[in-house]
Design a binder for this molecule. Structure first.
Ligand SMILES: C[S@@+](CC[C@H](N)C(=O)[O-])C[C@H]1O[C@@H](n2cnc3c(N)ncnc32)[C@H](O)[C@@H]1O
Length: 220
């Protein structure tokens, strides 16, 4: 039994900190099993609102570039980047999703690397990548400024971060994506990118009904 009130407080605050990434967004997502999630991430109708080709246009040429897809899930964007000739590392905290990507793409694209990262660390080597891309995953991250500082260190001097996630203020009839209260508004992403040391931040909100795409550079 814990007799000291101070010790009890320490234990309680440690428990509420979700040390294994079991935050609201991850708990919400895993109310569905992997099979259902993969089917929904790979829904062929997704292209209509996701506009993957527009995402690639906004990013610029990725051919031959080293790119980490953080929170790659079923590999929806991983596939587009492989097709465009990028050297892709698919990174996720969830081995089941990585296994799915391995089974789906590895034989056609042997250069693809599967990377099990940690909730609080993308585990990028210093200056390893030209692009750090993340789709619909930013709202899953905790302690985001610290996380972004690790991403910054893993980009080379010309490197770019790309954050694609769901708008908090949506003006559409049918809302797609996570519950509104779990989303991170684009203004907050911008502040967090600046706090982590990113420069030349560009925001694209009008290209997508449901989402924003934000680019940031390592170089000042
Ligand atoms: C909503 S899914 C998005 C999947 C994919 N990017 C897409 O757009 O289809 C979120 C993904 O982020 C992963 N994830 C959650 N927390 C993470 C973290 N801290 N670091 C890396 N990936 C994380 C989940 O396992 C899941 O694959």
């Amino acid at each position: 039994m814990i007799r000291s009130p101070l010790l009890l407080l320490i234990v309680l605050s440690a428990c509420s900190h979700y040390p294994h990434g079991e935050n609201e967004s991850n708990i919400h997502m895993h109310k569905q099993n992997h099979e259902t999630l993969i089917a929904s991430f790979n829904d062929p109708h997704r292209d209509l609102w996701q506009r993957p080709k527009r995402v690639l246009e906004l990013m610029g040429d990725v051919k031959g570039k080293r790119l980490i897809d953080i929170g790659s899930g079923s590999g929806y964007f991983t596939r587009y980047f492989l097709e465009a000739g990028a050297l892709v590392v698919a990174a996720d905290v969830d081995q089941t999703f990585l296994d799915h990507i391995q089974d789906s793409f590895k034989s056609k694209y042997p250069q693809l690397i599967l990377h099990r990262c940690q909730y609080h660390d993308p585990m990028m080597k210093k200056s390893e990548f030209d692009f750090a891309f993340s789709s619909n995953t930013y709202h899953h991250l905790d302690e985001r400024v610290n996380y972004l500082k690790k991403v910054l260190a893993g980009l080379n001097d010309q490197g770019t971060i790309v954050i694609l996630d769901f708008k908090k203020n949506v003006n559409v009839k049918k809302v797609i994506g996570p519950p509104l209260e779990m989303r991170v508004p684009s203004s907050q992403v911008i502040e967090e990118l600046k706090a982590a040391g990113f420069h030349h931040i560009k925001v694209f909100e009008n290209d997508f009904d449901h989402q924003y795409l934000i680019l940031g550079s390592k170089k000042s």
